[in-house]
Ligand binder design. Structure first.
Ligand code: GLU
Length: 333
């Protein structure tokens, strides 16, 4: 069985850029170049990914100034709607980079789903952490499978979020539509846990790294629990698609996770576009890979990141040439 792994260590710790500036040669020209990285809600893990990448980019810029190896990249990683929003904006040239679920990366580059922009120019840079799909039910909601959500008030997520699309994939698989729910809300990841605790919804779907402070608001805060998702539809999704795998959320992750929870999941991936200059992508990759120990320490979901896996797991778009150049030069490929 394909499986994403989480180790105890991870859990215990529970624009237009460059091209127009004409930078050439080994180092990025010193002119200021601004890059923007699309993330997700401010309580999610994508927000930490984007801001951690920027931190490494700025660290390298500062250290490079001392060592004489300079780059002029300045980076921002604002909160956004999530995966499919990020891919759409990257495709339009509004963002240079973004974090996106591996299922939406695949569909965007292959044009295989109407739930995400068809984006043949999307390029993979590296993958980050595994993201199990969480179906989170309120204390006493009596939901023990995806189909138990019928007749309940369910948050399907904001348009543009990865979980919105993945929830819809599950609904399609089970032949369900929003008509099967008493109410279908479109709350953001930042709003959904409080809504559950306030009794405004009975459940929500969320694709997110483990552990996550937003999930803890519901589980540790008001007794919500994560539902096992191992039905026929989930089995078929994993069997039929390279970008899905079963994942375990280990016992003890949250107060209500008394036993391991098994569900299916994706990888969080870092993506860009073929129109983003090679030297910019090279410098961003270099900053992350050469500071990987620092990077790992910035969120418990990053504890097991390993460059050998980061350059292949969950990547279906072609690698950006700037990333490939760095990986080849450094013996990773
Ligand atoms: N997987 C979610 C999405 O694609 C975001 C999770 C997060 O913010 O960490 O929208």
């Amino acid at each position: 069985m394909k499986k994403f792994r989480f180790t105890a260590a991870a859990l215990a710790a529970a624009a237009v850029v460059g091209a127009s500036l004409g930078a050439v040669g080994d180092a990025v020209a010193q002119e200021r170049q601004f890059i923007s990285i699309g993330t997700g809600g401010p309580t999610g893990v994508y927000f930490v990914v984007g801001n951690s990448v920027c931190r490494m980019v700025h660290k390298e810029a500062a250290e490079g100034r001392k060592k004489g190896r300079k780059h002029g990249i300045r980076c921002a990683a604002p909160s956004t709607g999530g995966s499919t929003y990020n891919i759409g904006q990257i495709c339009q040239g509004e963002l240079e980079f973004g974090v996106a679920q591996s299922d939406w990366q695949f569909h965007a580059v292959n044009g295989s789903s109407e739930k995400v922009t068809n984006c043949p120019g999307l390029r993979a840079v590296f993958s980050v952490h595994p993201e199990p799909f969480h179906l989170i039910a309120g204390d006493g909601a009596n939901i023990n499978s995806f189909t138990d959500t019928k007749g309940k008030r369910v948050n399907i997520g904001n348009p543009g979020s990865g979980q919105r699309g993945t929830t819809e994939v599950l609904m399609d698989g089970y032949g369900m539509s929003t008509d099967d729910f008493a109410v279908a809300t479109e709350l953001t990841s930042t709003e959904q846990s409080q809504a559950l605790c306030d009794g405004k919804i009975d459940a929500y779907g969320y694709t997110v790294g483990v552990p996550n402070a937003g999930v803890a608001v519901a589980t540790d805060g008001c007794g919500a629990y994560i539902v096992n998702l191992t039905g026929d539809v989930e089995q078929k999704l994993v069997a039929d698609n390279p970008f899905y795998a079963f994942a375990t959320i280990p016992a003890g992750t949250y107060k209500t996770t008394g036993e391991d929870v098994t569900t299916f999941g994706v990888m969080a991936t870092f993506v860009s576009h073929e129109n983003v200059a090679e030297d910019v992508v090279y410098e961003v990759v270099r900053a992350v890979m050469e500071n990987i120990d620092d990077f790992r320490s910035l969120h418990p979901a990053f504890a097991n990141l390993n460059p050998a896996n980061m350059i292949k797991d969950g990547l279906s778009a072609p690698l950006h040439p700037g990333a490939e150049k760095y990986y080849k030069e450094n013996g990773l490929m």
